[in-house]
Design a protein around this ligand. Structure first.
Ligand SMILES: [Zn+2]
Length: 340
């Protein structure tokens, strides 16, 4: 089982290490506590998904900014959790069969796994004193803009979303994600920083973290409505079991599959997919499974199949579309959003 490593000093090697070499610095999942000039502390988690390395680079930039001759002069106390180092070393989101580090936080339906117990220890440790905010840094695999995800629509959380981008997402499932665990405890947000290494997204996330290091408190007046378009996840689209599929773009695998997703489907991220607009072709009756946030099968309410042409019954906005087949199988093809 993975033991949690808790330390009070940042090894110098952290500053320039690549995610594939992270185990040369931290052999195990590691929680680092660094004192700054004010409390309460900011909590940041990175590499909960091993191949989403922007978070590592953003934190390296933060530390470089505040590095001094004898350590770091951070404006605020900081907790940093470096999550799935084993998957990071292999360049994977998660290792096959491994519990997802962002499905194992308090509230998870499977609290008995070793990973859930490790994260419970992280959660207990950081919550001994109040927290200023909790920020979880991720990347997408498809062509998504950067945006924040919150699980509770408090004014503070909406501010966190709006600081990052003019669009933000509210979600209530899956359970066991980091951000949800902080509901009722402190402002919390998942920052989806576009594809790994994407520079504009990294700069926005850096600016937000740096602001949070300095801020005395969140704004007290409500956020102006036009500053943020909040959307919610209304459905998750998965490929049904034992269905073979390919992307039209991917000529090599474009052979005799049950399901073919149209070319450039990932360009539809955060762009309306109109009613009746065909997004896939199928040779079988029900290649897709659409699940509501409550976990119900809503395939027939959402998707129509006309002579093998698949489209939506009402216009919705896809997000988190990935063209990476292994991610599609591990997670989903996309989410479908509506205005919150
Ligand atoms: Zn992620």
């Amino acid at each position: 089982m993975n033991r949690l490593n808790i330390i009070n000093e940042l090894p110098d090697a952290f500053l320039n290490v690549s995610y594939r070499d992270i185990k040369k610095v931290f052999e195990q999942p590691t929680l680092i506590h660094l004192e700054g000039n004010k409390s309460p502390a900011l909590f940041v988690s990175i590499l909960l998904h091993g191949n989403e390395f922007s978070g590592l680079e953003i934190l390296q930039d933060i530390f470089k900014k505040y590095q001094t001759d004898n350590g770091y002069n951070l404006p605020r106390d900081l907790w940093l959790f470096v999550g799935n180092v084993d998957a990071a070393e292999l360049g994977l989101r998660a290792i096959d069969g491994q519990v997802d580090f962002n499905r194992a936080w308090p509230g998870t339906p499977d609290p008995q796994t070793d990973t859930a117990k490790l994260i419970e220890k992280v959660f207990e440790t950081i919550n001994q004193d109040p927290l200023f905010a909790a920020i979880d840094l991720h990347n997408n695999t498809g062509q998504n803009p950067h945006y924040g995800c919150i699980t509770d629509d408090t004014e503070e959380n909406k501010y966190l979303c709006a600081f990052f981008n003019h669009i933000g997402m509210v979600f209530k499932s899956p359970k066991g994600v980091s951000t949800m665990a902080f509901d009722g405890i402190c402002p919390a947000i998942t920052l989806e920083c576009s594809t790994p290494g994407n520079k504009p997204a990294k700069e926005k996330a850096f600016a937000l973290l740096d602001d949070l290091m300095h801020m005395d408190h969140f704004p007290t007046k409500p956020l102006a409505q036009h500053d943020l378009q909040l959307v919610k996840n209304s459905a998750t689209v998965k490929i049904n079991q034992n269905i073979t599929f390919c992307f039209e773009d991917d000529v090599e695998s474009n052979t005799d599959t049950d399901l073919t997703i149209v070319k450039n489907f990932d360009h539809h991220n955060f762009t309306m997919l109109e009613k009746g607009e065909v997004f896939a072709y199928t040779k079988v009756d029900q290649p897709l499974l659409v699940i509501s946030p409550e976990g119900e099968d809503i395939t027939y309410e959402i998707i129509q199949n006309k002579n093998g042409n698949l489209s939506l019954k009402t216009a919705m906005m896809p997000a988190m579309i990935t063209m990476d087949k292994s991610i599609v199988l591990q997670d989903c093809l996309c989410y479908l959003l509506e205005d919150y």
